[in-house]
Design a protein around this ligand. Structure first.
Ligand SMILES: Nc1ncnc2c1ncn2[C@@H]1O[C@H](COP(=O)(O)OP(=O)(O)O)[C@@H](O)[C@H]1O
Ligand SMILES: [Mg+2]
Length: 363
């Protein structure tokens, strides 16, 4: 069903994305490392989950965002191992990995259940063993790390220990593929540091797939199909809705869900915005923790101030005496976190819904 707010996990539920599916599959079998980027709620996780399910490879899923929030922003070996442990439990339902892991230090097997002993387990040995299992069975292990920019908060060295593990996997485990996503595109690259020669992953070749919002026509088709699936006649102008919500599938899904509930377009759109401002304001709070300046800048940009000079003038007028390098840094962070984009020297919020939500936030 299209109007389901969780990431899709089956191809039959994935709308369109024909080119992206092919690009993903090609990348997966031609590169040890595939990076999938795109705005929040554009459908990165859906594409990957549906494809991995289809390709019948053995996937191990690590969720950067949930690791970050469940650890209170300080991800340790303990948190990481816990997630891997539950992934192994899931995988072992389908594949006979239990026997294969028996002899490994740090792995305790009782019946069919696998317990990882945090202090003893060496992750690279575990990955090595899983890789061997995959090779023997004509499969690949896909280590899929979602919203990986959060893993910068792993350990005490900005996630470097994890990058070392990824580099080991990349170089040595030929039946293991790395699939890494991030909504905060600049931060993701900042974490992976593929072009920083001091980084463990330096110089490795990779394929990057950027998922774009749906084109206008696809968005309209998406809504039509979604409503047809739930047998709800469309008695309003779908184009009007797409004019407002644009092409991020996550927003369209939300609209579908809310329309089904309230049977009123205006109210449904209103609810979409309410929901998103809730979601976005928690993300904004994270930003504000770093500096209240970010929200101020976002609000100015949302209101149409698109130049460096204009932003500087307004900040100073509001009593924030910001220096050039500080303003530069703040704008840089906002670009890295995908809140804004700079094109032809002008700053803009690309996502029109985000723009509207920010415009509606009172200080
Ligand atoms: N191609 C698609 N077909 C159907 N639903 C989609 C598609 N892409 C995204 N969605 C829906 O949009 C929402 C956000 O998708 P998700 O995959 O979680 O995005 P991301 O991982 O980029 O944040 C989910 O409700 C998901 O089901
Ligand atoms: Mg996702």
């Amino acid at each position: 069903m299209l109007f389901d707010t969780r990431p899709k996990t089956k191809l039959e539920d994935l709308f369109d994305r024909i080119d992206e599916r092919k690009a993903f599959e090609d990348a997966l079998y031609n590169y040890p490392l595939v990076i999938v980027t795109g705005l929040r709620r554009v459908g990165k996780s859906s594409l990957i989950k549906a494809m991995l399910n289809e390709l019948q490879e053995i996937s191990i899923f690590l969720d950067g965002r949930s690791l970050y929030s469940s650890s209170g922003g300080n991800i340790t070996h303990f948190h990481l191992i816990s997630q891997i442990e539950s992934e192994l439990a899931r995988v072992s339902l389908k594949y006979k990995i239990v026997k294969f892991l028996k002899e490994l230090r740090g792995v305790s097997i009782k019946g069919n259940s696998i317990t990882l002993i945090r202090k003893e387990l060496d992750l690279s040995s575990l990955m090595e063993r899983l890789n061997e299992f995959a090779a023997k069975n004509g499969k690949n292990i896909i280590l899929y790390i979602d919203e990986a920019q959060y893993l910068k908060y792993y350990g005490s060295r900005g996630g470097k220990d994890l990058l070392t593990l990824l580099a080991f996997i990349y170089d040595n485990l030929h039946n293991t593929k790395l699939v890494i996503t991030g909504s905060e595109i600049g931060l993701l690259h900042d974490f992976l540091k593929l072009s920083d020669y001091e980084s463990p992953l330096y110089g490795r070749a990779y394929s990057e797939i950027c998922i774009e919002p749906f084109k206008r026509k696809t968005s309209i088709e998406f809504l039509k199909k979604g409503f047809a699936q739930i047998n709800l006649p469309v008695s309003f102008d779908i184009e009007e809705v797409v004019n407002i919500l644009d092409g991020i599938p996550g927003y369209l899904v939300l609209f579908g869900v809310k329309y089904r509930e309230f049977l009123d377009v205006k109210e449904a759109i209103e609810k979409v915005f309410n929901y998103l401002s809730g979601m976005i304001s928690s993300e904004l709070k994270e930003l504000e923790k770093r500096s209240p300046r970010y929200l101020k800048i976002l609000k100015h940009i949302a209101a149409g101030v698109d130049s460096w000079a204009g932003l500087k003038r307004l900040l100073i007028a509001s009593g924030d005496i910001v220096g050039d390098s500080r303003l530069y840094e703040a704008l840089n962070i906002l670009q890295q976190t995908s809140w804004i984009k700079k094109a032809d020297g002008k700053y803009n919020i690309v996502d029109p819904v985000l723009k509207r939500v920010i415009n509606g936030i009172s200080e």
